[in-house]
Design a protein around this ligand. Structure first.
Ligand SMILES: *[C@@H]1O[C@H](CO)[C@@H](O)[C@H](O)[C@H]1NC(C)=O
Ligand SMILES: *[C@@H]1O[C@H](CO)[C@@H](O)[C@H](O)[C@H]1NC(C)=O
Ligand SMILES: *[C@@H]1O[C@H](CO)[C@@H](O)[C@H](O)[C@H]1NC(C)=O
Length: 366
């Protein structure tokens, strides 16, 4: 018994190391399932079930119209980055955590991401004067993961082999923390408030990564922050007058993008430390910032239309077409005729076309 499980473990190690040497591209390795974490950019159905968010706009048409032909809990007209990654790795679709309960539901992978989730705990954000709305934090998602792991395999060696054959996808997390800070009406310096969160958000991501590494994770992808200053919601709600507020080339809000870049620098520094401390775990950075910035700055070059800062679905017109009165999925909203020409679907989340572009850039660049 002992020797056969050692052999098995040895074979897995060889496979894992070979996979790591074969390329920096995690898309070339083989996995049996994916476990994923994050917020609405990665949520494939949890927030539609969570009592605090059930019945939200994402559960109404025209969400899902392009690919699923019906609302399906995803905050897009179609597929998300995680969907394209799962498809290209030919993996089964992970079960939204709140949609399942048994080992059978979860054995092909689980998506723990929840729309509106923050990296930081609500109490911590509150202590900074920041109100969040969805009572799910990254720490909840890793707690849920540990429960699922126990359910799938109680013996330690079974857990190890399950972990070794799984891909861990940490989707973007922290956007909600930062945007709640940037939109905080009680602060007179919201950019500094958002910046002050960066080490804490990166620390929360580090704790989550250490949690799954301790459980035996061997391959993980950790997405960085999106260019927050290019979000139609923030552009519409937070206009500025300072000469250097808007980036001349893209029209995005420079100080908000600087917060995102600070996050990405600190995240990458933390990932370097983790790689040194855990050389047998392959840790990839998933760059969302540059692919999104590329299409926003040169939309027609990449097949998008000429108004990359306008939401497709929503209302209110103008360069951003964003106003909460007309939020996508509510009665007064309407959607553009061809979402594939837009970067932003609803002013906060991307279209399927943008998600496909980003996912392919991620799979190529890793
Ligand atoms: C998230 O974790 C906190 C404790 O950190 C807990 O109080 C809360 O109930 C959890 N939320 C969910 C939805 O499980
Ligand atoms: C912000 O408010 C604090 C007091 O609450 C004040 O000391 C500070 O000068 C203000 N900063 C700006 C940029 O107005
Ligand atoms: C949003 O739309 C409402 C209704 O038309 C309007 O009263 C309000 O001024 C708009 N808000 C902004 C920020 O444009």
């Amino acid at each position: 018994m002992v020797s056969s499980s050692r052999l098995l473990l040895g074979a897995l190690l060889v496979a894992a190391v070979a996979g790591g040497i074969a390329g920096t591209n995690y898309g070339q390795a083989r996995y049996d399932r994916v476990f994923s974490f994050g917020d609405s950019l990665t949520d494939t159905g949890n927030s539609a079930i969570l009592p605090a968010t059930a019945g939200g706009p994402f559960t109404n048409p025209p969400y899902g119209e392009t690919y699923f032909k019906r609302p399906n809990g995803r905050a897009s007209d179609g597929r998300l980055v995680i969907d394209f990654i799962v498809e290209s790795l030919r993996l089964p679709q992970p079960e939204p955590y709140l949609a399942g309960s048994t080992a059978d539901d979860f054995r092909h992978g689980v998506n723990f991401a929840v729309g509106g989730a923050t990296a930081l705990d609500m109490d911590f954000l509150q202590s900074k004067g920041i109100t969040s709305f969805v009572p799910v934090f990254l720490s909840n998602q890793t707690t849920w993961f540990n429960g699922v792991l126990q359910l799938l395999a109680s013996a330690r060696n079974k857990q190890r082999s399950l972990m070794a054959s799984s891909l861990f996808h940490f989707g973007e997390i922290g956007f909600n923390d930062y945007s709640f800070a940037l939109l905080n009406v009680l602060s007179n310096d919201t950019v500094s408030l958002a910046e002050s969160l960066v080490p804490h958000v990166v620390g929360a991501i580090r704790s989550a990564l250490l949690d799954v590494i301790a459980a035996g994770a061997r391959t993980m992808v950790v997405a960085g922050m999106i260019p927050m200053g290019c979000e139609p919601e923030l552009l519409a709600l937070l206009p500025g007058v300072a000469a250097d507020y808007y980036d001349r080339a893209s029209g995005c809000i420079t100080p908000f993008n600087q917060v995102a870049q600070l996050h990405n620098r600190e995240l990458n520094r933390m990932l370097c430390q983790l790689r040194r401390a855990h050389p047998r775990t392959s840790i990839h950075y998933g760059d969302l910032y540059h692919p999104v910035t590329a299409i926003v700055s040169s939309p027609t070059k990449y097949g998008f239309g000429g108004m990359p800062l306008a939401a497709c679905c929503g209302g209110g017109g103008g360069p951003y077409n964003f106003n909460f009165t007309f939020f996508c999925g509510t009665p007064l909203s309407s959607a553009c005729a061809d979402p594939s020409g837009s970067v932003s679907w609803d002013g906060i989340h991307y279209t399927e076309a943008a998600n496909r572009f980003v996912a392919h850039a991620m799979l190529r660049g890793l």
